[in-house]
Design a protein around this ligand. Structure first.
Ligand code: ARG
Length: 461
């Protein structure tokens, strides 16, 4: 190949199928607002540093603004021929402002450009998700406030364990969401770093001012190393990690809601606004919302795994593989936001706790057995001895189809002389819950404290 051939090697067009294969415009058009904002900052910097004349800088900024208006009005719809959003914008800009448009890409590469766009996009999405988390927490808090003294069976191994305040159960999810909210806040710090000015990989020969563009774009800092700047996707992986944890939490709650709605539990009723029927079984009312949330969780995990695998073998710096990060991010963002919204609506108005059933449930099991052992231990009987004795009582009661509350005082006293008439109070479900007053426990006093702390956190951040 002669030098002429090399210099003209892109004379012929791409194979149409390869053009489609290569193009990202179909999805990265979602970045357009961020691309325009990033390009405006870059144009201002070019003028600010004297790399281009001030009036040209102004023309570029105005042209980019015009594209924004066109896009918002639905008049800017670039196709495959544009390859990606960055080329699409640059071409349109040149149509609008003439040859000056061709100066926009001075001292810049699509590599630092796409990195900037992605961070600007993610920054904004993280703020939305944190807001959605707060709404989700608020509805949990409201439900908890209404249900401090509503009792619900607590489980370990999905076997009845000890009864709980329903508020305590709901506040457990509040705390998970609180960590999710914090985690996203921490990740935000690392998303909020500017790679702009890294160039293709090595920096640039022009006297650019990276701190100036970073400031214009409200970034907290700039990448210290240009190679790292264009090839780092840690921030996206961290985001997918945090998103996966949000989904884990939503999925666990979903699983509980699905169980609670079943005939076997009957702890909640689903309202028509959030459930669906069956095309054949007329009696059915299905918990589609939590099922979909549980199902969509897998997608987000998949995107996390996908991005980890995408990155693990990539040599520095930019590789086209990196174009694959976008659909993963976009889909994860959309999935997390829609799941948070759906669960918030479900909790707020799509289901109702059946207090009658919950009370019935906690009154008719052996989940007060620990309290009998604790009762004896408080009166000086070594706990393990008390525990063994109560085990025996449970066994004989089961055989006689009785509950602990059905034993007569005589029967109690035959079992152990330390039992007195106050045993009945000690094993009543309400007292069983109230008595667990250790810090962070389900006792009503603790739950009221926890509610206060939760309210405080919602109001102050
Ligand atoms: N569409 C590309 C992406 O999303 C933009 C960057 C292209 N850079 C390049 N050197 N081909 O990654």
């Amino acid at each position: 190949n002669s030098p002429e051939t090399w210099s003209q090697r892109f004379e012929s067009a791409l194979h149409p199928a390869i053009a489609r294969f290569n193009a990202s415009i179909g999805f990265d058009i979602q970045l357009i607002e961020y691309d325009l904002t990033g390009s405006q900052a870059h144009a201002k910097m070019l003028a600010h540093t004297g790399i281009i004349p001030a009036d040209e800088g102004e023309q570029l900024v105005a042209g980019l603004e015009q594209i924004r208006q066109e896009y918002r009005a639905g008049h800017f719809t670039p196709g495959i021929e544009a390859e990606d959003v960055h080329f699409a914008v640059e071409r349109r800009l040149t149509e609008l402002v003439g040859d000056v448009g061709k100066k926009l890409h001075t001292a810049r590469s699509r590599n630092d450009q796409v990195g900037t766009d992605t961070r600007l996009y993610l920054r904004s999405q993280i703020q939305t998700i944190r807001q959605r988390l707060r709404e989700f927490q608020t509805v949990l808090l409201t439900l908890a406030e209404q249900n401090v003294e509503t009792l619900i069976p607590g489980y370990t191994h999905l076997q009845r364990a000890q009864p709980l305040s329903l508020a305590h159960h709901l506040l457990a999810y509040f705390e998970m969401a609180e960590r999710d909210w914090q985690r996203l806040g921490e990740i935000y710090q690392r998303v909020n770093v500017s790679p702009l000015g890294s160039g293709a990989l090595a920096g640039t020969t022009f006297p650019i001012d990276r701190h100036y563009t970073a400031e214009l774009l409200n970034f907290g800092g700039v990448y210290a190393n240009s190679l790292d700047g264009v090839s780092d996707r840690d921030f996206a992986i961290e985001f997918l990690c945090a998103s996966s944890l949000i989904m884990v939490h939503l999925s666990r709650l979903s699983e509980e809601v699905i169980l609670w709605a079943s005939e076997e539990f009957r702890f909640i009723t689903l309202k028509d606004s959030c459930s669906t029927g069956s095309s054949i079984m007329p009696q059915k009312k299905n918990p589609d919302v939590p099922e979909l949330v549980r199902g969509k969780t897998g997608r987000v995990f998949g995107h996390l795994q996908g991005l980890l695998v995408l990155m693990k073998g990539l040599p520095l710096a930019y590789n086209k593989d990196l174009q694959e990060d976008k659909e993963a991010l976009f889909d994860a963002v959309l999935t997390v936001q829609s799941c948070l919204e759906a669960m918030t609506i479900l909790l707020r108005e799509g289901m109702e706790f059946r207090r009658d059933r919950l009370l019935e449930a906690v009154s008719e099991d052996f989940s007060n057995a620990t309290d009998v052992a604790d009762y004896l231990a408080t009166k000086g009987v070594p706990f393990r001895e008390a525990y063994n004795l109560v085990g025996k009582v449970v066994k004989t009661s089961l055989a006689q189809d009785k509950l602990l509350k059905d034993l007569t005082l005589e029967e109690w006293q035959t079992l152990h002389p330390k039992f007195e008439a106050d045993i009945y109070d000690a094993i009543a479900p309400r007292q069983v819950v109230a008595a667990r007053n250790s810090y962070g426990g389900t006792g009503f006093d603790q739950v009221r404290q926890a509610l206060k702390s939760a309210q405080h956190r919602i109001l102050n951040g």
